[in-house]
Design a binder for this molecule. Structure first.
Ligand code: NAD
Length: 352
């Protein structure tokens, strides 16, 4: 056993079908009397129905949450929150809505109840990415951690199948890297292995039938665990490559993760025997990287970075960016091997 540091994040979790019915009790238990409800414009109707069911516990709704938490949207929401006299925050939605709730909590110290409807996992992390004048900055603060998370599988049944698969694989990437990043520790490793097992088992079933309630339940459970990993440890090569590619070519976040993950794992595999043992068990295979590639095919992930619009000469540029400012990785970053890795990922080939 190596030396390690483990910081557990606080938080109360409710999980199941129909847990939304417990929202009013959770609001009262948290000592809130009038909450501001948050959503994106696409989920305005859904959050409206929730507000109605809350009666006087609802102070009002702000349904203009956007991707990447733009500072100007946060300012508008802050004005609404103050004018309505809200004393708590309820966020219903994916990472975009949860990001807005976190940004408000950071500025007001109000408590948050989060009701996640995707597999992105932001609800379990003390991380907030905010965008000001087109520049996204990421901060870590205990202040943005939600106090209560209410997972209601029912609300994820409407998550489109393609988005389910891609955001699920993005979550799997957090757990895979948690097994071998610098901050890896035995507790997070247990959570990570179970998160990978649950999500990778569920995602192909959801791709076959988005209405499979058992699979939806397994996936949300796995997403919770994978989000917990992201909230407790750092990351490694996979995340570096995804940030470099996304930053340079504006490729979609979750799809980039789904494509890169098998390749980053195959690259790092020779240096992480213990993590590979856990992944072989979690994925029920002798070839974890190969299985992750297959799952990408099963969920209909785009065929390589070329399908996301990255140009072929981007391979060299991304290698350069990764070497210039590398993340720690158990296998050091080597120019030639990284070029081969990105070549495979670009053309949609299996990891070599
Ligand atoms: P999202 O929140 O942007 O949602 C995408 C769209 O899907 C929105 O229109 C939303 O309203 C809709 N939607 C969500 N759930 C739905 C459902 N069940 N049925 C139908 N439609 C639904 O997507 P996301 O992938 O959850 O979040 C992405 C954002 O979260 C990014 O900005 C990312 O950086 C951030 N993020 C942050 C962290 C963190 O720890 N800070 C972690 C993961 C993601």
């Amino acid at each position: 056993m190596h030396n390690f540091t483990y910081t557990a994040n606080p938080g109360r979790i409710l999980f199941g079908f129909g847990t939304l019915d417990k929202l009013a009790d959770e609001i009262r238990n948290a000592g809130m009397t009038r909450v501001l409800l948050l959503s994106t414009p696409q989920q305005a109707e859904q959050v409206g129905a929730v507000a109605k069911s809350l009666g006087d516990l609802s102070a009002g709704i702000f349904s203009d949450a956007r991707m990447h938490t733009p500072a100007e949207v946060t300012e508008q929401a802050l004005k609404s929150l103050k004018s309505l006299g809200a004393d708590g925050i309820v966020s219903l939605g994916g990472g975009s809505t949860i990001g807005l709730g976190k940004a408000l909590a950071l500025r007001t110290n109000l408590a948050q109840i989060v009701i996640p409807t995707t597999y992105a996992g932001s609800e379990m992390t003390p991380i907030l990415g905010e965008t000001t004048d087109g520049v996204k900055r990421t901060l870590r603060s205990e202040k943005v951690l939600p106090e209560t998370v209410l997972y209601d599988v029912e609300l994820t049944m409407s998550l489109p199948v393609e988005m389910s698969g891609l955001s699920g694989m993005n979550a799997v990437a957090h757990a895979v890297e948690a097994l071998y990043c610098k901050e890896a520790n035995p507790i997070t490793a247990l959570i990570a292995a179970e998160g990978v097992r649950a999500l990778t088992d569920a995602l192909p079933r959801i791709a076959q039938d988005g209405g499979d309630r058992e699979a939806r339940s397994d996936a949300l459970y796995g997403a919770w665990l994978c989000g917990t990993c992201l909230g407790t440890v750092g990351m490694a090569l996979h995340h570096k490559l995804c940030h470099a590619i996304g930053g340079a070519y504006d490729t979609p976040h979750a799809a980039t993760h789904a494509i890169i993950l098998p390749h980053a794992l195959a690259y790092t595999a020779p240096a992480i025997p213990e993590a590979m043992e856990r992944l072989r068990a979690a994925l029920k295979t002798d070839d974890p990287a190969g299985r992750l590639y297959e799952i990408g095919r099963e969920i209909g992930a785009p065929e390589g970075l070329q399908a996301l619009g990255m140009p072929e000469d981007g391979i060299e540029h991304v290698v350069e960016l990764s070497l210039r400012d590398p993340y720690w990785n158990p296998r050091p970053l080597e120019r030639e091997a990284l070029t081969l890795l990105l070549g495979d990922a670009f053309h949609g080939r299996p990891p070599s």
